[in-house]
Design a protein around this ligand. Structure first.
Ligand code: MG
Length: 229
């Protein structure tokens, strides 16, 4: 039996493999500037970007600062905005599914279940990656924070999504995502059920105990069991 009518999926590390896209785009941007990218540099960029996103989600830095600073902090003396432009271009060209994600989306196809994507990413890159991945064959609509002017976990973000879908009954929505600070807190703030997702074999993030998490799913088989109870 399907318990929910609307599933709001986070995009990165929930359906699409952001790590793989990030590596592809970073290598492309670095190559465009005549440099080379070591595995250590890739790791450092990833850490820098993650911490800047957390600061952005808290409202400590602007989107423009985020885009520029991630390269200036990682590479030092570079033209941050220009490097970001090349990175964004390469990122917009690729959309890799997490292993098993496409098969999962095929399996949960059901006329009684409407699927959506809610993502805090940047519009230009997320739209490109979604197009490249073919995700719109499975989901009805994608809500991108940059286009909405609100960022998860802002309750206004949830209100806008719910009003666009058109059913005010929040008990019929399930938020699925890998991030406590954006996905789980969005569900908490908006009074919706949520499922914390980690790809199969990957650990859940720390700090779960302090949150009201309806379900946890490790891998798509467990997520399937949550959705089709
Ligand atoms: Mg995510």
């Amino acid at each position: 039996m399907i318990r929910y009518s609307y599933i709001l999926f986070d995009l990165d590390e929930t359906l699409l493999d952001f790590k793989q896209s990030e590596q592809y785009a970073l290598r492309g941007a670095v190559r465009d500037f005549g440099m080379e990218c070591s595995p250590e540099t890739e790791e450092r960029y990833s850490e820098v970007n993650k911490s800047l996103w957390l600061r952005f989600e808290k409202g400590e830095i602007s989107r423009e600062e985020l885009k520029r600073m991630r390269f200036e902090i990682t590479f030092g003396d570079v033209d941050g905005p220009a490097m970001n432009e090349r990175y964004m271009y390469h990122l917009s060209q690729c959309g890799f599914y997490l292993p098993g994600a496409r098969e999962f989306l095929e399996k949960i196809r059901n006329p009684d279940l409407r699927l959506f994507v809610i993502t805090n990413g940047l519009a230009y890159t997320q739209n490109g990656r979604i197009k490249a991945s073919g995700l719109l064959d499975y989901v009805e609509k994608v809500f991108i924070s940059e286009e909405m002017g609100r960022v998860k976990p802002d309750p206004d973000y949830a209100d806008m999504v719910i009003s666009s879908i058109g059913d005010p009954d929040r008990s019929r929505y399930l938020v699925v995502g890998d991030s406590i600070s954006s996905d789980i807190m969005l569900a908490e703030n908006a009074g919706m059920d949520c499922c914390l997702f980690a790809a199969e074999g990957k650990p859940f993030p720390r700090g779960l105990e302090m949150h009201d998490i309806t379900y946890k799913a490790n891998g798509y088989d467990e997520l399937m069991a949550v959705i089709c109870q």
